[in-house]
Ligand binder design. Structure first.
Ligand code: ADP
Ligand code: ADP
Length: 224
């Protein structure tokens, strides 16, 4: 069974003259263990689709199913559980909290779950080690390179031991060398069994993808 399924997803922003059809009837099923790359020109609806599949946003029309369950029938608590405990998000802009150290940024999702302090610290340290930042635990985001910040963001996304990682242009702000490090981390996570759904322009990032979905003007035009 698909872990996530989008059925006839439409997303329309704005009204009247200013209406934008960001998604026009997208159908997509993602199986557990896939490494999916969503590609296509700027403005074709990739981020919108990712946010809807990740339950960060709702479609104007259509249904998202998580493990066969209609998300429109879920209450906000169940949706929050999916977002917080089953999925992790990585963005182009990292979105770290500037006033917190690497360790504190990674601990943050665990705090929301009211885990005790020692446990949080232990997990956060292990995750920062996993992404090769054991010597940057007490640094603040502005003391780190872009690639290092993205590794902190990946460690944070892993804090709740997610089954799925949603990544929106994870190498978009990085030079090719730092990008390569991020790509290899995502590859390793995939090998550990995490499902990855990623939006990218970066052809280097698609080399480990198990499927490439191409979009244009709010529609899927090919997948292989
Ligand atoms: P992509 O990720 O492929 O660049 P997006 O999903 O970000 O595309 O955007 C698809 C279209 O929807 C674009 O025309 C964009 O300008 C528009 N759009 C995206 N988000 C919003 C929003 N919050 N309000 C209005 N229009 C939006
Ligand atoms: P990215 O491509 O990294 O997702 P964008 O610059 O496309 O970043 O979008 C950043 C944010 O702005 C998103 O939350 C998106 O929904 C919103 N956005 C994108 N296009 C528009 C638009 N035309 N009008 C209003 N909001 C938009």
């Amino acid at each position: 069974m698909a872990i996530i399924e989008g059925k006839n997803i439409w997303k329309i922003y704005g009204t009247g003259e200013a209406k934008t059809y960001a998604l026009r009837g997208v159908d997509i099923a993602i199986d557990e263990g896939e490494f999916l790359a969503i590609m296509g020109p700027s403005g074709c609806g990739k981020s919108t689709l990712l946010n809807i599949l990740g339950l960060l946003d709702v479609p104007t029309k259509g249904e998202v199913h998580i493990k066969g369950k209609k998300t429109t029938l879920m209450n906000e608590n169940e949706r929050a559980i999916f977002r917080r405990k089953i999925s992790g998000f990585i963005y182009q802009q990292f979105h770290l909290i500037k006033t917190l150290t690497s360790l504190e940024n990674v601990e943050l999702p665990l705090m929301l779950d009211e885990k005790n302090k020692e446990y949080r610290r232990k997990i956060a340290k292990e995750l920062l080690k996993l992404v090769g930042l054991e010597d940057r635990m007490n640094h603040y985001p502005n003391q780190l390179s872009g690639g290092q910040q993205q590794r902190v963001a990946i460690a944070r996304a892993l804090a709740n031991n997610p089954k799925i990682i949603f990544a929106d242009e994870p190498t978009g702000n990085l030079d090719s060398k730092s990008g390569e490090v991020i790509i290899n981390i995502l590859k390793e996570l995939h090998e550990k069994g995490i499902t990855i759904v990623m939006v990218t322009h970066d052809a280097n990032l698609t080399k480990y993808a198990t499927r490439i979905v191409k979009m244009k003007d709010g529609e899927i035009i090919s997948q292989h």
